[in-house]
Structure formats: C-alpha cells, structure tokens
Design a protein around this ligand. Structure first.
Ligand code: OOG
Ligand code: MG
Length: 241
C-alpha cells in the first residue's frame, strides 16, 4: 500500500496533474505518511537525484493558518529541486505552484555553518491545494523547488529580522524571522530531531529550510519573485512564461 500511494504521488508530480487526497481512505497516520514520503523520495533517488537537505514546514502561524494544518512537519530536498539564484522555474511542470520566503541554514559538523535568504516553491499534488496533516506529509510537504541566496555567517538578531516577499517589484507579504518558532534556529533543531527520529542523519553540506515566515503566494507566468531578509540579503527567480 505504501508503495502504491507513493506511485500515485510520484505520477502526479511527474505529469503535473492534481490528484484527490489519499490519506483518509488509506487510513494513514502521520507515521505511515512519513513511510510514503520516504518511498516517494526513493523514486527520485532511483532516477539519479541526490539528497541535498531537509525542509521544515508549518513552523509559522501564517503558514498553519493558510493551509489549515497546525503541526510542524518536515520533508526531503534533492538536487532535482534546486533552482539557481536568479534562475527560472518552469510552471508548465508544476500544478498550482506557490512561492514563500524562507531562511536557509548550511550544515557543518552537525551545527549551523552559515545562513542565507531563500525562496521555496511549493506545489501540492492534491486538488485545490487542500490536504490533511498525513496527506501533506506523504506528499513530501509540497516540496517542488528552492532557491538559496548568498551564504553569510549567522547574523546577530536572527530571531527578529524583517522578511519581505516581492512579486514584480511589489511587496506582497511581510513578516519577521520571529514568526518561525520564535527563532529560525529552533526550526534547525527541530529538523535535526525530527529527521533523526526517522533515521535521517543530517550531513555536512546539507541545507535546512526553516519554513516560511509568511503565507505563500500563487505564481503566474512571467513573475519575478524575490525574498528579502534583513541582514541576509536576497534570493530570486523568474517563473518562465
Ligand atoms: C506545506 C509546506 C509548508 C512551510 O514553509 O511552511 C512549508 C504547504 O504549505 O503546502 O513548506
Ligand atoms: Mg516552505
């Protein structure tokens, strides 16, 4: 059953076709849903992708409220999801993509080596971007793409830096890193703990996305999207037409 559910989600992503929610009918609890997520990520690895890190999800109230799920979750990142800073995202390969501003951490010696402004592209494989907690866990927490800006030493005051999300030069969301569990470093600790609890040890060179500080915004062809994090700088991409 795990493998059949992973196949359904994998096909949905590969064909950019939304599918109905599946967790309730399959009786999936969060633990079973993480088994599906693992099987789903294994399919990417079998196609030659490499793990590059983990992402935290629903670490802010704004995100919990937007999707109606109030539990911190985590997912896997691979090199197949990586987008160059200033690069392009092909929306024809996505279902109903959204962008959200994040903080990224670089892992070294099991600690935080550096921080960077980041953007995540999320794309729920479920119809209407509508899901339960086990659904979104099984769907690798809607992971679709990520952009990391320039790395810097962790600045003072990381627990309260201004965050902006801009689309085509207009500010569409504003927030603070304080929204991320009070301090994004807590999201890093949660990543170590939660992934470790599922047998995934974070490796040197991996990145951790701390979770969005604001709600996500839908992407349209041609959009130029930029995250600005005070003291960290910017990360951007363009949605190809
Ligand atoms: C789930 C993923 C949440 C975040 O940063 O909070 C997430 C979703 O919103 O579809 O990535
Ligand atoms: Mg995110």
């Amino acid at each position: 059953m795990i493998s059949e559910l992973a196949d359904r989600l994998d096909r949905a992503a590969l064909t950019a076709t939304a599918i109905p929610r599946l967790a309730a009918a399959a009786g999936l609890d969060p633990s079973g849903a993480y088994d599906v997520q693992r099987a789903l990520v294994e399919r990417r690895l079998a196609r030659g992708e490499r793990l590059t890190g983990v992402k935290m999800g629903l670490t802010s109230r704004a995100k919990m409220a937007q999707v109606g799920v109030d539990e911190v979750i985590w997912g896997h990142l691979t090199d197949g999801m990586r987008i160059d800073d200033g690069g392009r995202v092909d929306l024809t390969r996505l279902i109903h993509a959204r962008a959200e501003p994040e903080v990224a951490f670089l892992l070294s010696g099991s600690g935080i080596e550096a921080a960077a402004p980041a953007l995540e592209v999320i794309d729920s494989r479920f119809e209407g971007f509508d899901f339960s907690l086990p659904d979104v866990i099984a769907d690798n927490t809607s992971a679709a793409g990520y952009v990391v800006g320039p790395w810097r030493p962790v600045p003072d005051g990381l627990d309260n830096l201004g965050v902006l999300l801009e689309v085509n030069g207009r500010v569409v969301q504003t927030g603070s890193t304080a929204a991320i569990l009070g301090d994004p470093r807590r999201a890093f600790d949660a990543a170590v703990r939660l992934a470790g609890g599922r047998g995934v040890e974070l490796r040197d060179g991996w990145i951790v996305l701390a979770g969005a500080a604001t709600a996500a915004v839908p992407l349209n062809p041609g959009d130029h999207v930029r995250a600005v994090v005070e003291k960290l700088g910017t990360a951007s991409f363009r949605a190809a037409r």
